[in-house]
Design a protein around this ligand. Structure first.
Ligand SMILES: C[S@@+](CC[C@H](N)C(=O)[O-])C[C@H]1O[C@@H](n2cnc3c(N)ncnc32)[C@H](O)[C@@H]1O
Length: 243
């Protein structure tokens, strides 16, 4: 059991509401920030218990920001914990957070969980996350629940929307104009999909390259890659001459 799960299990303070399997995921992606002056923003304050959990986990240098639509949450502020009141679906409010929070290293979206809220929050704040930061959106099962705007293979769910991210981290290799290297390609190291959670790990990315080392044992002409290229060329010529 990691420290987060231990805190949760033994919690007698403010209420926390989390799925049990999330703790392993949090610890896997957040551990490197412990003991630093990390700035964490969590959408969804509820009773304030998770903000206290982050405070204990990240340590005395951390700054925790909670965001919630419920004005009553404001009274849950304490040392190291600041609470901002507003609607995460409202793009204007989301943009205003950029001036209220000096830096975001980790963003956890545990707010209202509707498709619009998740997508607007991502679109307005993802590129504000620091270069080596982490974006974590949880409770993605709402992408399958009609009352939240979800449904299997429905086009505007957060899950479906996020599937484009897979293309964008691979855009370096695209030979089609429709898929180009973007800011996302250059700033995202990896996407981690779990049950109900997507974690996006940021890191400045250089154009990838590959190398060969060691002695060549099999002549180039016997390698399958050459055959693939030749077949492709043959097919292309056949099409051209048929025109
Ligand atoms: C699942 S609870 C948060 C749980 C909390 N993070 C925890 O771990 O204990 C969801 C919270 O999101 C808030 N919320 C719902 N809709 C919201 C919205 N549109 N904008 C901001 N917060 C919202 C609710 O008021 C509620 O406190």
């Amino acid at each position: 059991m990691n420290d987060l799960e231990k805190h949760f299990t033994e919690n007698t303070g403010r209420m926390i509401h989390k799925w049990k399997h999330y703790f392993e995921i949090y610890d896997r992606h957040f551990a490197r920030f412990r003991g630093t002056d990390v700035h964490v923003v969590e959408f969804g304050v509820f009773q304030g218990g998770s903000l206290q959990m982050w405070k204990e986990y990240f340590g005395p240098k951390a700054k925790i920001f909670g965001v919630d639509i419920n004005p009553l949450c404001k009274k849950l502020e304490e040392e190291q914990i600041e609470i901002l009141i507003g609607d995460q679906q409202d793009r204007k409010f989301l943009r205003s957070l950029k001036n209220k929070v000096p830096r975001i290293d980790i963003l956890i979206d545990d707010g209202g969980h509707t498709m619009k809220q998740q997508i607007n929050t991502y679109e307005e704040l993802f590129f504000c996350i620091s270069d080596n930061g982490v974006y974590l959106c949880e409770d993605l099962h709402t992408s399958y629940w009609p009352e939240y705007g979800g449904g299997y293979k429905k086009s505007n769910t957060f899950i479906n929307y996020s599937k484009n991210f897979i293309d964008h981290i691979n855009a370096w290799h695209s030979r089609q104009r429709r898929l180009r290297v973007t800011e996302f390609t250059k700033s995202v190291h990896s996407l981690h999909y779990y049950d109900s959670i997507l974690v996006i790990e940021k890191r400045p990315i250089e154009k990838p390259f590959h190398l060969k080392t060691g002695k060549q044992e099999i002549p180039e002409s016997f390698l399958p890659r050459r055959k693939i290229l030749l077949n492709h060329l043959k097919g292309w010529l056949k099409k051209k001459t048929a025109l």
